[in-house]
Design a protein around this ligand. Structure first.
Ligand code: B1M
Length: 210
């Protein structure tokens, strides 16, 4: 098995200590940092995304894999000029106003980062105006709204209204997700896409920026 495969396997199995050691060994051995990311760490996470989507891996395992990938990325990051880091696009994401749930959102972020998105996380309980400001400041291609409560999902519509009122709605695609959210709700409020889980969210975002 090549070093890249062994590193990928450590990500897939969520063995973050092994991922850290292997990444450090490859750095010390002079392996190209971009290859460590693409052919080792992200390659492993791509397998995880497929297995998660198929129901062959569960949330705790995906969290461990994401941690293993992040530990490796943190070691490699300082070696790469920021211009060289593969970037799929920029997304601003947050849990909408009144809602404190962030486990699902954080999982979505990990998946997006694993496929090369630059993610700006606004956190939880994010007011519509804060999303508007973030669009102006960060100029993302996509805004991601998460909600776990049937009450707070209504604030997704409020956020869309605020983006429209500020004249920035046309500048971004808006995707929505979270347990009570459905495709029908997405269509009803005029969002651009709905993702039922983190793997679908990452596929959807890739499609929206391509
Ligand atoms: Co809350 N809670 N909670 N809670 N909580 C639910 C959501 C609830 C269904 C539990 C229940 O009653 N059965 C219920 C909502 C009922 C409803 O609205 N119909 C509920 C309630 C009522 C509440 C409180 C009001 C309880 C109270 O205080 N009386 C309160 C509200 C606080 C607030 O937000 N203002 C509250 C508080 C909490 C905790 C703080 C204790 C904790 C949150 C901790 C945290 O997030 N840091 C919590 C938890 C953990 C849950 C449950 C048990 C688990 C949620 C979770 O993390 N799931 C939840 C019950 C449940 O969902 N079965 C519940 C795992 C996570 C990986 O899944 O978040 O669905 P999920 O994310 C998925 C997808 O939805 C999707 O991808 C993710 C990964 O696959 N996804 C997106 C999510 N966001 C996305 C965004 C996207 C795309 C996909 O694009 C942008």
């Amino acid at each position: 098995m090549s070093d890249f495969n062994t590193l990928s396997e450590s990500v897939i199995s969520g063995n973050f200590r092994l991922a850290k050691d292997l990444t450090q060994k490859m750095i010390d051995g002079g392996t190209n940092p971009i290859q460590i990311i693409n052919e080792g760490l992200i390659a492993g996470m791509n397998v995880v995304a497929v297995r998660f989507k198929a129901g062959d891996m569960y949330v705790p395992e995906v969290m461990m894999s994401a941690k293993a990938m992040s530990v490796g990325i943190e070691l490699v990051k300082p070696l790469i000029a920021s211009a060289d880091i593969p970037t799929t696009g920029k997304i601003v994401i947050g849990t909408v106003s009144g809602d404190m749930h962030d486990i699902g959102k954080n999982l979505v972020i990990m998946m997006l980062e694993s496929v090369g998105f630059n993610v700006v996380d606004l956190g939880v309980d994010v007011k519509p105006e804060a999303f508007v400001e973030a669009v102006k400041e960060h100029q993302p291609q996509i805004i991601g709204l998460s909600a776990l409560l049937t009450t707070t999902m209504l604030n997704m519509k409020e956020t869309l209204v605020a983006l429209e009122a500020a004249g920035v709605r046309e500048k971004v695609k808006v995707i929505v997700g979270g347990a009570p959210v459905t495709q029908a709700f997405c269509d009803q409020i005029g969002a651009d896409g709905y993702a039922e889980d983190a793997a679908v969210a990452s596929d959807l975002c890739k499609k929206l920026v391509s």
